[in-house]
Design a protein around this ligand. Sequence first.
Ligand code: F0G
Length: 538
Amino acid sequence: KNYPLNVEAPKSFSYVKRNIPNVTVEQRERALKSTHYNEFAFPAGMLTVDMLSDSGTTAMTDVQWSAMFLGDESYGRNKGYYVLMDAFRDVFERGDDQKRAINLVRTDCQDIDKMMDELYLCEYEGGLFNGGAAQMERPNTFIMPQGRAAESVLFAMVSKILGERHPGKNFTIPSNGHFDTTEGNIKQMGSTPRNCFDKQLLWEVPEGGVYEKNPFKGNMDTAKLEALIEEVGPENVPLVYTTITNNTVCGQPVSMANIRESSRIAHKYGIPFMLDAARWAENCYFIKVNEAGYEDKSIFAIAKELFSYCDGFTASLKKDGHANMGGILAFRDKGLFWKNFSDFDAEGNVVTDVGILLKVKQISSYGNDSYGGMSGRDIMALAAGLYECGRVEYLKERVDQCEYLAQGFYKNGVKGVVLPAGGHGVYINMDEFFDGKRGHDSFAGAGFSLELIRRYGIRVSELGDFSMEYDLKTSEQQKEVCNVVRFAVNRSQLSREHLDYVIAAVTELYKDRQSIPNMRITLGHKLPMRHFHAFLEP
Ligand code: F0G
């Protein structure tokens, strides 16, 4: 028998509580001025709701906290290495959630023969995508402290290899949407990042603001991708990237069909297809709920298929690792990435293995491959968190929170809300918010986010003309910038009260939008990734 209610039953509760201090507008004004209106430098301890980033801000589960006590801080081959490698293989290759390695470590097994057979010397020694113990001979999976570390190791090596083969040449790296650090890393290797997506579709809002099925606005515009490859020549495109979900394009998901098609196009031209998989679980959830044929599949089964289309990936696991730290760089053993970037002699024997070059770079930058810049504790929290991320109940709660926030803005008449909401946050188009009255040199989106801090103690992130360096781009690249601010929803942290407070604040700020100042950059205008360090003034 059922006793239905018109509200949903709660899915989790918290034991850890943190109090939010009372802060006056005058105190926030003083802090804003002293930190040169750079929102990254504003003290988090003075905020009421911090929605700057969903990265590393997760409230971990009890299972993760308990896993941390099993952390092994050994310098070489700590137990966590095997556990995390196994979690990687479960999640990105096998479609499995059995947690075999974690459970072995948990039971404190003293039978060394068993441990050698089942953990230390068996297949777990191997990296991802190879089905065996190739990691010693041909390393292809690297633990990283965070996403940009994976990117910088990858792009430093790609640029070194390409630079030696074709000195002085400029390469193009297309994506459905590069994140700011990825763009920064690509630019620093002297190459050109490009974003191929459908902006018209992105800004569309249906009558009433609700889509029946998510339209996958984060998709790669595959016609644009192919035209771009033809235009610059496939020999000048070393990699094709797809970001899931597409953070730069308002956190919108990418369909399985689109991933398959982008992979097909890249392979047609002999180009490795790479994923930026920071929000892999959220993207898989959107596929499950919206794409025909996936409704009965587990998140892990969907991830298995999704990753089968790529030749390699980088990921910040500070997002869909449900963890505060972590990242990964991996490529398919003997796959296209490996073939294109390794050197072979005339008989086809390997002269230089790209995996070894990446490993050397990893060791010199972040530590040896057993821990890759992570503490043993963090490794265990991440291994447990990867499984937490694939729970449908958790993902539903999270995606529903984002939609609740977006609909709250929309119903109160705030213009420019991107619908449907993304998987990790809500975005507002600043051009629409300001009725098209502020130019690209006004940095009014930065003004919006600073004014939200000043009046209400809410921090969001500007991801538009200021952060994406509109004024420093070519006219083609400028068309690919979305002038937005993002309200990131932290994992497992916020309640409906937080969201209602934000909805009320933005509604009031919208009514008074003409008083939001434009911003001027007073220091660091042309330096890379300026939003992290530049000084501003209203
Ligand atoms: N790729 C994507 C799609 C990202 O969203 C991020 C980080 C990175 C790479 C870099 O990873 O921070 O671990 O070094 N995004 C955060 C954000 C910072 O707020 O969206 P990282």
